[in-house]
Design a protein around this ligand. Sequence first.
Ligand SMILES: [Fe+2]
Ligand SMILES: [Fe+2]
Length: 362
Amino acid sequence: MRNNDELIGRANLNDVDAILSITNTDTESRFHDVGAEVDTRFTWDYERARPRLGKLYEKAKNTQWNGNDLPWHIDVDQEEVVKANALLAGASGLAPQMDLADTPFAKWSDKEWIEFGVESQNWTLSQFLHGEQGALVCTARIVETVPWIDAKYYASTQVMDEARHVEVFSRYLDEKLSGHYPINAHLQLLLDDIIADSRWDMTYLGMQIMVEGLALAAFGFITQMTTEPLLKQLLKNVMADEARHVAFGVLSLQEFYTQLSASEIRERQEFAFEAAVRMRDRFLQQEVWERMGVDVGAAVKVLLQTPERDMFQSMLFSKIVPNCRKLGLLDAADGWLRQRFTELGVIQFEHWEDTAEELQVA
Ligand SMILES: [Fe+2]
Ligand SMILES: [Fe+2]
């Protein structure tokens, strides 16, 4: 088990400097290797014993799409998108509505805020791209390790989905945006933790429940907030797939967790909480400030105080929390995870619809 106090202490966002001290120092290399000792599991039990996974598999086969069919002819003017999105959000200007005197932004005009908006698009889509590759490799791992034939079938469709997601985000970045960012250090650490764990259910918890649960919420948020029609369509297509992926995690773990002891469940709670903290920390956009030559610590501290930030941050957990409740992770072990999610300020989502119900495969 992890050191409890250290883990709990990290829920505190006041220590921004500690969060920012974790950076990606390996941005030049073309590859990143993670070791793992994993058993590949064959099953000779081909009986279709899990009808809910079977239903999901049929849905997946019937709703495949081709990334080439997206409206790629649409031109994207990133600066115009920044301005139009601000208008849609009802903002009166491009700067946050707060007193910026004595901050790194005191002298910023619309020009700098537009540049920030453009870089922010490049950064966000880059992180989505890297996260999608994480989903691709994790799900290929599940095909090998999960013991149930219905889950192997379903996971194979998800591998195809994730390849398509990597492909469309990569193409969008190359053809429509103006720069790439390396993977954020917090996201990389999280993916490394998931991949390094040899237990097959931990791959699901880390990827399908936590990373993809967050992605589903983030894509939904951005679909509503963007005025760019190509990105809107792309995200709508990707989200339809992601909802199935999260439901796959919920259905599989719901069954498996009934066999675990209290101390094994507690390990899953800790894993989920650690993943939640890493995901929250990855959204500070520290690499954008670095690239723009702004004092990163000072910039982040200012932007954490904007009201939009709070709303965005907690919305990201709107899928994770109900799905953890569905899995029984909130209240097991004396409500350890409920307490942690309360401290993170995200427990209010617990009674939102879980993703298996939403897809009517529960
Ligand atoms: Fe994906
Ligand atoms: Fe996915």
